[in-house]
Design a protein around this ligand. Sequence first.
Ligand code: NAD
Length: 337
Amino acid sequence: MKLIDINDLRKLIVHVGMENFQRKILLTMEKDFRRWQEFSMSPRHVTYCPDGVIELMPCSDADQYSFKYVNGHPKNTAEGKLSVVALGLLADLADGYPKLLCEMTLLTAIRTAAVAALGAKYLAREDSSHLAVIGTGAQSEFLASALMEVRPIQCISFFDVDAKAMTKFARNLQHLDIELIPCNGVFETIENADLITTATAARSQVQLFSHDQIKPGTHIHAMGGDSEGKTELDPNILSKCKLVVEYLEQTRSEGEIQNANHAVVYAEIWEIIANHKPGRENEHEITLFDAVGFALEDFSSLRLVYELAQEFNIGQELSMLPSLDDPKDLFSLLVSP
Ligand SMILES: NC(=O)c1ccc[n+]([C@@H]2O[C@H](COP(=O)([O-])OP(=O)(O)OC[C@H]3O[C@@H](n4cnc5c(N)ncnc54)[C@H](O)[C@@H]3O)[C@@H](O)[C@H]2O)c1
């Protein structure tokens, strides 16, 4: 079994190139969403604890199986820990043997940004040039970079309740040839935006902005509201939007739509990617991707990492599984040679 730890993943990404890796994840995911019916899937298994959640996210096709362990603990950063950390495993269905154990904290940020880019590719106006970022924590620079790959972003306005997080965001993106506009509040951030991302962390029903503050033609990528009782948007926004989700069965209880029983969901994103339904249809509609994070996205990412790690011989072989001359003689491992 191969182990890809955080250093191996960084090595792999440096080898492939960050932009190239991001693009490969987006394309792998897009192909997998297009063959949606080939997957065996279920909503994730969620364990709630006082300050967060721990989730197990399984998914498989005819050949491979994956799952991710991921948490969400918004208060962690106050103690110098990440809000979100993750590990993933990929196995062959033929024999059930795990073949990859992979760090997924960094990988989750990259795959989550790729999901945002995929949503924007089908739902944001082609000429979207102004991005508004609300919440400039761990995920934020990944999001901005991935969205710049699919839309001609010239300017990013941004806001976070933590001034240090805003300084960090500006520092990490200062090398890009775009205008960075730090803002003093949410409305100032979104008022001229074509595309809005919300990636804040709070275990409560927050309303970052109201329905009448959104201009026609905007695309909203809402991803911080991703578990029961943790949402970011005014529920009235949902009825004004073309509303798209990843997997309705999961999003019903975890996404923004948990606060709007009567919200009409236009499509699961795979239906648009597979050409069963059109994405954006005009310059005026407001589109909203209520993205909570789905196991298929991790399956695609793990599959890609495994293929690249094999190709470039990156990672360590772990003696995690027994290797026996007689597979029925497991006891021999404890008998002295
Ligand atoms: N949908 C998905 O697939 C997915 C994947 C990863 C993370 N997430 C979620 O996205 C969110 C962001 O993740 P992260 O790793 O960047 O977390 P983080 O804790 O590093 O950053 C969150 C930021 O939001 C800011 N914030 C909190 N409330 C705010 C408010 N009202 N207005 C403006 N800023 C505010 C915080 O100060 C912090 O800087 C989390 O809620 C996480 O659970 C979703």
